[in-house]
Design a protein around this ligand. Structure first.
Ligand SMILES: [Zn+2]
Ligand SMILES: [Zn+2]
Length: 274
């Protein structure tokens, strides 16, 4: 079976990860990776602390570039960013961009929908969406499908159905319903047409919140139907999770109809047979 040996979705101490750039690179080498990408959270000015700021963005870029030189010939170090719909800052320095929706804008300002606590989502739905979960679904997928317009550049769509993070703890959305699927399908159609890649992301599994990666099987099958392309990531914050469930993810992708998974090599996405 094809061994996936790259991770483009990693967070370091510069944002909300627990390890340094160097420690992650060393772990990647130990795992036999040929390349490793860094995707520091770009600044969201309304919510700081978890993300890079005006100063640490520059330090992060400098450090990843320095380590790229240091490790030349041993492993390819790639400089990326995870850019929220509402992030700000320049994208020119980065080799790739993961576009994600973690926040919604409400009458009370920005609120995070990236939560493992069902109660938080229920409160948001109550307060801002007339107690109708489908209205939050509509807004989430509206923002997600608008990423290619909003951002100067987006290569990969981050955790496609992040709204379902806590769905195994408590079911809030009817993700099997035709209404939910219509919004998700529209987003898939749009994002595929813009040439975006989708990540099969094992991050919530690594944190023990979900038993399957994002996206869920129906969405993944639908991405394939539209001709979408996928990569594998673990949204890594801790080095022992750098290749979390990668073999399982290859199987999962295969089971949902794909014959290829992509890796990013020398500035291009390359197909690998699975
Ligand atoms: Zn994210
Ligand atoms: Zn992330």
């Amino acid at each position: 079976m094809f061994k996936y040996r790259q991770n483009l979705h990693t967070h370091t101490k510069f944002c909300d990860g627990s390890y340094t750039v160097k420690e992650i690179i060393e772990k990647a080498i130990e795992l036999g990776f040929t390349s490793i990408g860094f995707s520091g959270h770009a600044l969201t000015t309304f919510c700081r602390g978890y993300c890079l700021d005006e100063v640490s963005t520059l330090e992060y870029i400098k450090e990843v570039k320095a380590q790229k030189q240091n490790y030349k010939g041993k492993i390819d170090v790639i400089l990326g960013t995870e850019y929220d719909y509402y992030s700000s800052g320049d994208l020119d320095e980065f080799d790739y961009v993961i576009g994600s929706v973690h926040y919604l804008e409400t009458r009370d300002g920005f609120i995070s929908i990236d939560t493992r606590t069902p109660k938080k989502l229920e409160d948001i739905i109550n307060k801002y969406f007339d107690n109708q979960p489908i209205k939050l679904v509509e807004e989430y997928f509206r923002l997600l499908s608008d990423l290619p317009n909003k951002l100067k550049r987006v290569d990969v769509i981050g955790h496609f159905d992040l709204l379902l993070k806590s769905s195994e703890i408590k079911k809030i959305f009817d993700q099997e319903s035709s209404e939910y699927r219509a919004f998700a399908r529209k987003a898939i159609e749009k994002l595929v047409s813009k040439g975006c890649f989708f990540e099969v992301n094992t991050g919530a599994m690594a944190r023990g919140v979900r038993s399957i990666p994002y996206p869920e099987p129906w969405a993944l099958k639908t991405i394939r139907e539209y001709g979408g392309k996928v990569i594998i990531t673990s949204d890594c914050h801790k080095i022992d999770k750098l290749d979390y469930y990668f073999d399982g993810a290859v199987e999962y992708i295969k089971q949902n109809g794909f014959t290829e998974v992509y890796t990013f090599e020398n500035g291009k996405f390359i197909a690998n047979k699975i």
